[in-house]
Design a protein around this ligand. Structure first.
Ligand code: MN
Length: 218
């Protein structure tokens, strides 16, 4: 029983020119794979669990990311000696799997803005799309060191949240709708230290259809 690197839902060059092909390839095939490999190495230490906590749920066909989500939401359910490894590498696997789906080639993820109920909620809770975009960009630019910016549902309301390293909002009971990776490995090849430029470019490839679906479920 093992976690697996998911296939990208588009080609490495599909987000050009906003996110370059080489960055996407390294990010997915090297960085994301390393999180998956290290997560598998950590959980292998628990033969009593037949490879991992929640192994029975895996065997019963529960999707691996649902199982992982439960571990991240309730770290005490994970054996102590691999808890940090699951938090970091499991978080890395979950966050990147979520991130790939938060993006789509231009024109395929919506018309550049959310629609329907998500749009109404952004209007109501976050002061409208223009203000949300500005606040989210500021939050993402302001993450100190490595981390993530998220649009999430918290206590029934939309919120912009940030996390450090590979922490995930689900550890705080928040339900993610959309995320942006602001680790340097996500943008350094093309944008070097110009994180705000990368964030501006990213808005062109946001998958609003996916965020709207996540909102309906949340
Ligand atoms: Mn990353």
């Amino acid at each position: 029983m093992k976690f697996e690197l998911p296939k990208l839902p588009y080609a490495y060059d599909a987000l050009e020119p906003y996110i370059d092909s080489r960055t996407m390839e390294l990010h997915h095939a090297k960085h994301h794979r390393a999180y998956v490999d290290k997560l598998n190495a950590a959980i292998e230490k628990h033969p009593a669990y037949d490879g991992a906590p929640a192994a029975d749920e895996f065997k019963a066909g529960k999707p691996e990311l649902r199982v992982l989500e439960e571990w991240l939401a309730d770290p005490n359910s994970v054996p102590e000696d691999v808890r940090a490894a699951v938090r970091n590498n499991g978080g890395g696997h979950f966050n990147h799997s979520f991130f790939w789906k938060s993006m789509a080639p231009t024109g395929q993820g919506g018309r550049g803005e959310p629609e329907g109920r998500l749009s109404e909620a952004i209007e109501k809770s976050l002061g409208g799309f223009a203000k949300f975009k500005e606040d989210f960009s500021k939050a993402a630019a302001g993450v100190f060191g490595s981390g993530w910016a998220w649009l999430a549902v918290e206590n029934g309301n939309l919120a912009i949240v940030t996390t450090s390293n590979q922490d995930s909002p689900i550890a705080k009971g928040q339900k993610p709708l959309l995320c942006l990776d602001v680790w340097e490995h996500a943008y350094y090849l093309k944008y070097q230290n110009r994180r705000p430029e990368y964030i501006d470019a990213w808005w062109n490839v946001v998958n609003w259809r996916e965020a709207e679906r996540n909102f309906e479920v949340a």
